[in-house]
Ligand binder design. Structure first.
Ligand SMILES: NC(=O)c1ccc[n+]([C@@H]2O[C@H](COP(=O)([O-])OP(=O)(O)OC[C@H]3O[C@@H](n4cnc5c(N)ncnc54)[C@H](OP(=O)(O)O)[C@@H]3O)[C@@H](O)[C@H]2O)c1
Length: 224
């Protein structure tokens, strides 16, 4: 059975993608920092007769990534990686603490880059697989109060577009996904979005991603 690793699979879009890829017959490796949330998703997948395993991994730690991937590669047939884990800090640029900017760069950018680097040799070995990077429309254009977040998402866009060229001659699919706001726990840590219920559900976004999976760049704008 082919396995797909999903980072940040315990909530929001990562959880919805995990459930859908399980229905397509893949085994899911659910990773994130909070084991309990992953376990709930794992149980939901198993209740539908799907297959999943949970691992507490902080993708801002290169050593945790390396240890997890080398262990996972011994036990499972790694087919795919969905770089979904991400965090956002928002507000006026001049007031943004360095710690918040650095956290976004460590998780959104370096986490994505280092885990991709750890996984790709296993995909190259089989000359097949999927790397899907969940970006944001903040990776397509700058936005007010989103300077640090947009900088991190533009970085992931540049990374993804480069991999698309570098692996263009292989059987490995590299996807970039850009979406507008979603109603997920992403917004729980700040007051930037007053009413997140007006945003699209992560389930709807996950369905749209899978419906457009043949595209290299999947763009799902917010409804006006
Ligand atoms: N919500 C939106 O409006 C929106 C719009 C466009 C793009 N996005 C992007 O969509 C992706 C998914 O976000 P979401 O909206 O579904 O938010 P979410 O529910 O908060 O999901 C993000 C997940 O990432 C995990 N995570 C955070 N830091 C991590 C780390 N260091 N290591 C491992 N896992 C980590 C979190 O779990 P733990 O805290 O347990 O680790 C969480 O489950 C993110 O990349 C986000 O930037 C979101």
């Amino acid at each position: 059975m082919k396995s797909i690793i999903i980072t940040g699979a315990g909530s929001g879009l990562g959880k919805e993608l995990a459930i859908r890829y399980s229905r397509q017959g893949y085994h899911l490796l659910l990773i994130g920092r909070t084991f309990e949330k992953l376990k709930e998703v794992e149980e939901q997948i198993q209740a539908e007769n799907g297959h999943a395993d949970s691992f507490a991994v902080d993708i801002s730690s290169p050593s945790e990534i390396q240890a997890f991937i080398s262990q996972a590669a011994k036990q499972f047939t790694i087919y795919g990686l969905i770089n979904n884990a991400g965090i956002g800090h928002f507000g006026p640029f001049e007031q943004m603490p360095h710690a918040e900017i650095e956290e976004m760069l460590h998780v959104n950018v370096l986490g994505t880059i280092y885990i991709s680097q750890a996984v790709l040799p296993y995909l190259v070995e089989k000359n097949e697989g999927l790397v899907m990077n969940i970006i944001s429309t903040a990776g397509l254009r700058g936005k007010i109060n989103e300077s640090g977040y947009a900088a991190s998402k533009f970085a992931v866009r540049g990374f993804t577009e480069s991999l698309q060229i570098e692996y263009g001659h292989t059987g490995i699919m590299i996807k970039a996904v850009y979406m507008g706001g979603m109603d997920t726990p992403f917004w729980d840590h700040n007051h930037f979005i007053k009413d997140k219920s007006r945003l699209r559900s992560p389930a709807e976004i996950a369905d749209k991603i899978l419906a457009n999976i043949e595209k290299d760049a999947i763009i799902i704008e917010s409804e006006k």
